[in-house]
Design a protein around this ligand. Sequence first.
Ligand SMILES: NC(=O)c1ccc[n+]([C@@H]2O[C@H](COP(=O)([O-])OP(=O)(O)OC[C@H]3O[C@@H](n4cnc5c(N)ncnc54)[C@H](OP(=O)(O)O)[C@@H]3O)[C@@H](O)[C@H]2O)c1
Length: 254
Amino acid sequence: MISIVILGTGNVAKHLFDVFWGNKEINVLQVLGRNKHKLSYFKDKVDTSTDFSKILDADIFLIAVSDDSVAEVAQFLNGKNGLVAHTSGSVPIAALGNKSRRGVFYPLQSFSEGKPIDFKTVPICIEAENEVDLKQLQKLAQQVSLQIHEISSEQRKSIHLAAVFANNFTNHLFTIASEICADNDLPFSILTPLIKETVEKMGCLAPFDAQTGPAKRNDIRTMESHLNQLKNKNYQDIYSLLSKSIKEKYGQKL
Ligand SMILES: NC(=O)c1ccc[n+]([C@@H]2O[C@H](COP(=O)([O-])OP(=O)(O)OC[C@H]3O[C@@H](n4cnc5c(N)ncnc54)[C@H](OP(=O)(O)O)[C@@H]3O)[C@@H](O)[C@H]2O)c1
């Protein structure tokens, strides 16, 4: 059985806790967070604490806090025997300092409050500095996922950058689309089949081959009309820049 302490009480901490909690091979010993109210999610099942100087001993310490706080929180684990791993896509392994065994356990998925995830489908990107530690992270990852990838800090930075385009920016574009619908008394759900098809196409077509729309066709009057419909300056800029990028990609004259 692998014993775990989780540091952090946000989205990733909760999703990891939920999937670990249901697993007989994983024993979550403690969850730490600086906010007592947020610890209440865990407190009926496991030891919780706001005091980072009272961390229990465990095989693996998972630091699931904001990227900028990983290094600060890692210092509380100096001198522990267990493996210290963070869950970030963008923070290098070196941020964990040099006073403990270091690793990364990055679940490549978008975790939001209140939306359960089938963890078996989540790629887990692991990194460690020796075979023993890598095996330990592998063992943990195998308990919850069917997709485990050994990835370096450099590769992880690139995966994270790609993921920002594939998920974060796309989601922002959905937000703009939903506002346009709402402003015109249309249900956002009318776009659901289109959104689903956009994603499903990726199973059989390269994104480059799947592109459609006025920018690819260079339908100038349609693009001008769309720009006139947009009142928000940021949205106009996003429309113009994305259209420019698409036109250049498909060799249209500007
Ligand atoms: N969300 C995702 O989709 C996702 C996916 C993969 C990886 N990750 C990575 O997982 C990590 C956690 O992300 P998240 O989405 O779970 O973030 P989140 O929901 O915003 O939660 C952040 C957590 O960090 C804690 N925290 C921040 N600064 C702290 C400090 N100085 N000391 C102690 N605790 C501190 C916060 O505590 P308070 O509540 O007290 O502020 C909160 O518990 C990040 O490294 C992120 O890059 C996120």
